[in-house]
Design a protein around this ligand. Structure first.
Ligand SMILES: Cc1ncc(COP(=O)(O)O)c(C=O)c1O
Length: 353
């Protein structure tokens, strides 16, 4: 497939041949598909260790992992509510599986355009089974609370008897801001989910880390939900490759995100927020309607295989829209000036009738 992509998950990076080549170079010919020496168990042990938790459990998706652990926290506490940011993945992108499948209620904490605060959480009167912190908060441009604020929020919540759960889908991205070892970032939380295909650039999959008892209960639900799949080794292996290669490069991804955002804001045709980005993620806000930008982006893909974004985001102002930039291998291939030029092209095309 020809073309280039600023978009982290573009098809180029997912071409089976390229992915398999990386995996082949990595795997020992004697590696068994399952069992203690298999890639899944290796990955679980490595992540439990890195995150400083007693155990870790593979899931086919973060969606399944998080709904499961929230249910386990709820059953253990006999409380059926949890709190999370209004734009958390659980509420926005999962067809409310937490409610429909698990009978849980979500209390949205705080405003949808800013980070959740301790006061937002304290204002929730219902007894909570758990609170979810998504670090970074992806749908508001990858914002992160300051470390001391975060740990104070977690401590207050746990004092009320609720579990603290970390949606660490992008924990390696968050680490570039907190500049702490992963186990220190995970330590305040009872349970942590990490994605195998975001910062690690794997194929799919998730790992849930927690104490052994929580994970034993989670494993039962994983089976009930059809997630106890054998031969998940290709997903685990792709993540092991990423684990060896990518975390050390994250600070460079973040620096490049900062450089691109700075160039966009200096140019002024679009606006990059947060300014500066805290992680390798930021949003680009455009003075053009979502439909026009979608059309312009589709033209660039059709004409020369250029992916500027994965999808656009609407804005309350219909004359504006935005998209996310998540800097990984793909975006490293673009200079900040090239990204500015792409944005100009997008806007010019969007303005055509
Ligand atoms: C913050 C966050 N949490 C959870 C998920 C769910 O992960 P999965 O796609 O593996 O179900 C995603 C996926 O994009 C995510 O961005």
């Amino acid at each position: 497939m020809s073309g280039r992509s600023l978009f982290l998950h573009a098809p180029h990076r997912r071409m089976p041949h390229a992915v398999l080549r990386r995996m082949l170079d990595h795997v020992d010919p004697d590696t068994p598909p399952d069992g203690e020496r298999g890639p899944v168990a290796q990955l679980e042990r490595r992540l439990a260790d890195l995150l400083g938790k007693e155990a870790a459990l593979f899931f086919p998706s973060g969606t399944m992992a998080q709904q499961t652990v929230l249910r386990v926290h709820a059953e253990r506490r006999g409380r059926w509510s949890f709190a999370a940011h209004p734009q958390c993945h659980l509420d926005v992108w999962e067809e409310r599986g937490y409610a429909v499948v698990h009978g849980l209620r979500m209390h949205a904490a705080g405003d949808r355009h800013r980070l959740m605060t301790g006061a937002d959480l304290a204002a929730i009167g219902a007894p909570l089974a758990a609170v979810v912190w998504e670090l970074p908060q992806r749908d508001i441009g990858g914002l992160l609370p300051e470390w001391d604020d975060l740990t104070a929020q977690v401590a207050a919540v746990r004092e009320r008897g609720a579990a603290a759960h970390l949606d660490g889908a992008r924990i390696w991205e968050a680490q570039t801001y907190y500049k702490r070892p992963l186990d220190e970032i995970a330590a305040p939380f009872d349970s942590v989910y990490v994605s195998l295909y975001k910062g690690l650039q794997g194929v799919r999959g998730a790992v849930l880390a927690a104490d052994a008892e929580t994970l034993a209960e989670a494993a039962v639900w994983r089976q009930r939900l059809g997630g106890g799949i054998r031969d998940a080794w290709p997903l685990a292996l792709a993540a092991l490759v990423g684990l060896d290669e990518l975390p050390d490069r994250m600070p460079a991804f973040r620096d490049h995100a900062i450089a691109i955002a700075r160039a966009i804001n200096a140019d002024g045709a679009a606006l990059a927020l947060p300014d500066p980005p805290q992680t390798p993620i930021f949003h680009v806000h455009l003075p053009a309607s979502q439909a026009d930008v979608d059309r312009a982006g589709a033209e660039m893909v059709a004409e020369r295989g250029m992916y500027v974004f994965g999808r656009t985001r609407s804005s309350p102002d219909p004359t504006r829209c935005g998209f996310e930039v998540s800097v990984g291998d793909n975006a490293m291939d673009f200079t900040p000036d090239e990204v500015v030029a792409l944005i100009h092209e997008l806007l010019e095309r969007a303005a055509r009738p």
